[in-house]
Design a protein around this ligand. Structure first.
Ligand SMILES: NC(=O)C1=CN([C@@H]2O[C@H](COP(=O)(O)OP(=O)(O)OC[C@H]3O[C@@H](n4cnc5c(N)ncnc54)[C@H](O)[C@@H]3O)[C@@H](O)[C@H]2O)C=CC1
Ligand SMILES: CC(C)CC(=O)C(=O)O
Ligand SMILES: [Mg+2]
Length: 367
């Protein structure tokens, strides 16, 4: 069987702790199921800066581009707060997204039945929740130029970021959202701020045109992004697929994370366009959370977001749908058994560390 080449970038903070659980899972799949994964590892973020003075080396960038899929942990932390902006840890992740042209970031927020009572929201608000945020990932204010701080010479400085979207960027991300909606509950909500932003006006127009031209069978709603944030915590089950820009998608998915119990639960897939000849798409899989410096090194991080990101990798990069379903089922089953990391723990549950949670999920998956 041809190898499935995975490039692992664990990063900083809890990144390596969560990635360790996925490495155990990959080894178990190779040893017990003959899954045929070949892995290589590189440095990204603060650890890459410490080693090479950049947030990702050219050699590791080349490996990421060449891999069938990249698994990414998390980057950043207070240790690197003062490094030059261009080489800050987060720049490594942004470069991966941009250079690999990973324009579509899928962030599913699913409330596992066992966690419905432990959300900070009322049980009936989150029970059965299954929404998908489709975040545009290579445009908007994260990448728009100019992006600078200028000295105004009067004791004042001016910080500038630029929100830019072209028609094709909005068209292709809304196409992804409509296609995915057709496999779900056939409903897309587009979020922008057309009341204050020109890019929001264009976003709204292009999503509507794309809908009319190719996806009129899908229900489409438009919502201002601030109201969308409010509706997400008021009655999130009104949504199926949310499509939004890079910045709003970042913020709305952190909000959605708390509907599921913890940000330690939310996986994501960042996908490029399918290659015209091979149909393969570049892909990077990462938890929605960051490096969590406050809990790094304590062995208490929730590895579920990272493991569920690997499940998305099985599904989207390798077509291993049965294995992906089984892995997601193993996560649900372990939660049903009452196992909880600290972030999702509640009275009467069995609190476990990162390693125990990983081991339990792997055992269920193989069992
Ligand atoms: N994709 C990435 O690599 C991201 C990196 N970051 C970076 O991470 C650093 C910390 O950022 P924060 O704003 O604190 O966000 P964060 O997501 O790292 O942490 C926010 C809170 O959630 C908790 N948390 C996060 N993941 C968890 C997990 N798996 N299990 C249990 N608890 C978890 C943390 O302990 C913390 O209290 C910053 O340098 C930031 O730039 C932030 C977001 C994404
Ligand atoms: C570059 C990242 C640190 C931004 C972020 O928070 C995210 O993509 O979730
Ligand atoms: Mg974020």
């Amino acid at each position: 069987m041809a190898s499935k080449n995975l490039f692992l970038l664990a990063g900083d903070g809890i990144g390596p702790e969560a990635m360790a659980e996925v490495k155990k899972l990959i080894k178990a799949m190779n040893d017990k199921l003959g899954s045929g994964f070949a892995t290589d590892e590189g440095l990204v973020g603060g650890c890459a800066y410490d080693a090479h003075g950049v947030a990702i080396s050219e050699a590791d960038m080349a490996k990421a581009v060449a891999a069938d899929a990249v698994l990414f942990g998390a980057v950043g932390g207070p240790k690197w707060d003062k490094v030059p902006y261009e080489v800050r840890p987060e720049a490594g992740l942004l470069r991966l997204r941009k250079d690999m042209e990973l324009f579509a970031n899928l962030r599913p927020a699913i409330c596992y039945p066992a966690l419905a009572a432990s959300s900070s929201l009322k049980q009936d608000v989150v029970e059965g929740l299954d929404i998908l945020i489709v975040r545009e990932l290579t445009g908007g204010v994260y990448f728009g130029e100019p992006k600078q701080i200028i000295d105004l010479g009067n004791g004042q400085k001016r910080g500038i970021d630029t929100q830019v979207y072209d028609t094709f960027e909005i068209e292709r991300i809304s196409g992804v959202a409509f296609e995915l909606a057709r496999t779900r509950r056939n409903h897309v909500t587009s979020m922008e701020k057309r009341n204050v932003m020109k890019s929001g006006v264009l976003w709204n127009e292009v999503v509507s045109q794309t809908h009319k031209a190719r996806y009129s069978d899908v229900k489409l709603d438009h919502m201002l992004a601030d109201a969308g944030g409010m509706q997400l915590v008021r009655w999130p089950k009104q949504f199926d697929v949310i499509v939004t820009d890079n910045l709003f998608g970042d913020m709305l998915s952190d909000i959605a994370a708390m509907l599921t119990g913890s940000i330690g639960m939310l996986p994501s897939a960042s996908l490029g366009a399918p290659d015209v000849k091979t149909k393969k798409r570049k892909a990077l899989y990462e938890p929605v959370h960051g490096s969590a410096p406050d809990i790094a090194g304590k062995g208490i991080a929730n590895p579920i977001a990272m493991i569920a990101s690997f499940a998305m990798c099985l599904r989207y990069s390798f077509g291993m749908v049965a294995e992906a379903d089984k892995l997601e089922g193993a996560i649900a089953a372990v939660l049903d058994d009452g196992l909880r990391t600290k972030d999702i723990s509640s009275p009467g549950m069995t609190e476990v560390g990162t390693t125990e949670m990983g081991d339990a999920i792997i055992a269920k998956f193989l069992g």
